[in-house]
Design a protein. Structure first.
Length: 211
C-alpha cells in the first residue's frame, strides 16, 4: 500500500492527498507533527533525509517534494489523468503549479516563518502581513491568467494538478484571514472544487491527526 508521511495542515501534504483521492488510491497515513518538530527527529530523517513533508513510499520507490509526488502518481496511476492532453494546456497547468509552488510556498513555509520569528523577532502581526503579501503578489497575476484559461476549473472543465495546488493555497489564505474579494475567478474555481468528494476527504479538518 502507498504510504504518505504528512501533516494535516500542511498545504503541500494537502495537495498530495487530493491527488490520491481523485485517483481513488488507498494509502496509509503517517502523521508528522510539524509543530512538535517531529520532522527533525532521527527516525523521520532516516525516511526522508530532507526532513520535510510530504514524503511518499510506493514499494521501493521513495519520492519527496509535493509536485514531484503529484506528477509521479499521475504518471504511475494513469486512471483519472490530471494533466490535459494538449501541449498548450499542459503548459498552462505547469505555469499555475509553479506560480504557487515556487513563488508563494517557499516564502510562506513554516520553517521560514519560524526563522523570521526566532532570528528577527517578527511579531505575529508582521508574520501575517508577510504571509498575505506574498499570496497577494501571485494571486493578482493568477486571477488574470485564470480569466483566460478557466472553465469550471483552472484549465478548462476537468480537474488538473493546477486545481490540486490552488485549493490548498486558498486554504492557507483563509487561515491568515486574507480577503479574496478581489479574486472572483479564483474563488469560483475553489468553490467548484470544494464540492467534489476528493477535495472534501483530503481537507485538513478531515485528517486523522487534525487538531
Amino acid at each position: 500500500m502507498l504510504q504518505l508521511f504528512g501533516y494535516w495542515r500542511s498545504s503541500a501534504s494537502f495537495r498530495v492527498r487530493i491527488v490520491l483521492q481523485l485517483k481513488g488510491l488507498d494509502y496509509e497515513q503517517h502523521p508528522i507533527n510539524l509543530r512538535q518538530d517531529e520532522q527533525r527527529e532521527k527516525a523521520y530523517r532516516r525516511v526522508n533525509p530532507q526532513g520535510l513533508v510530504p514524503f511518499l513510499l510506493d514499494g521501493d520507490v521513495r519520492v519527496g517534494q509535493s509536485v514531484a509526488i503529484m506528477e509521479y502518481l499521475d504518471e504511475t496511476y494513469p486512471a483519472h489523468p490530471l494533466m490535459p492532453s494538449a501541449a498548450e494546456d499542459k503548459a498552462q497547468v505547469r505555469q499555475i503549479v509553479n506560480m504557487i509552488a515556487c513563488d508563494i510556498h517557499p516564502l510562506n513555509n513554516l520553517r521560514v516563518l519560524n526563522y523570521l520569528g526566532q532570528e528577527f523577532r517578527v511579531s505575529k502581526a508582521q508574520e501575517a502581513a508577510w504571509y498575505r503579501h506574498w499570496i497577494t503578489e501571485t494571486f493578482t497575476a493568477l486571477e488574470q491568467l485564470l480569466m483566460s484559461t478557466a472553465g469550471v476549473y483552472c484549465v478548462g472543465d476537468e480537474v488538473t494538478l493546477a486545481d490540486c495546488m490552488l485549493v490548498p493555497q486558498v486554504y492557507n489564505a483563509r487561515r491568515y484571514e486574507m480577503s479574496l474579494e478581489e479574486y472572483p475567478t479564483i474563488s469560483r474555481i475553489v468553490a467548484n472544487c470544494e464540492q467534489l468528494q476528493a477535495f472534501i476527504k483530503a481537507a485538513p479538518a478531515n485528517q486523522p491527526d487534525a487538531q
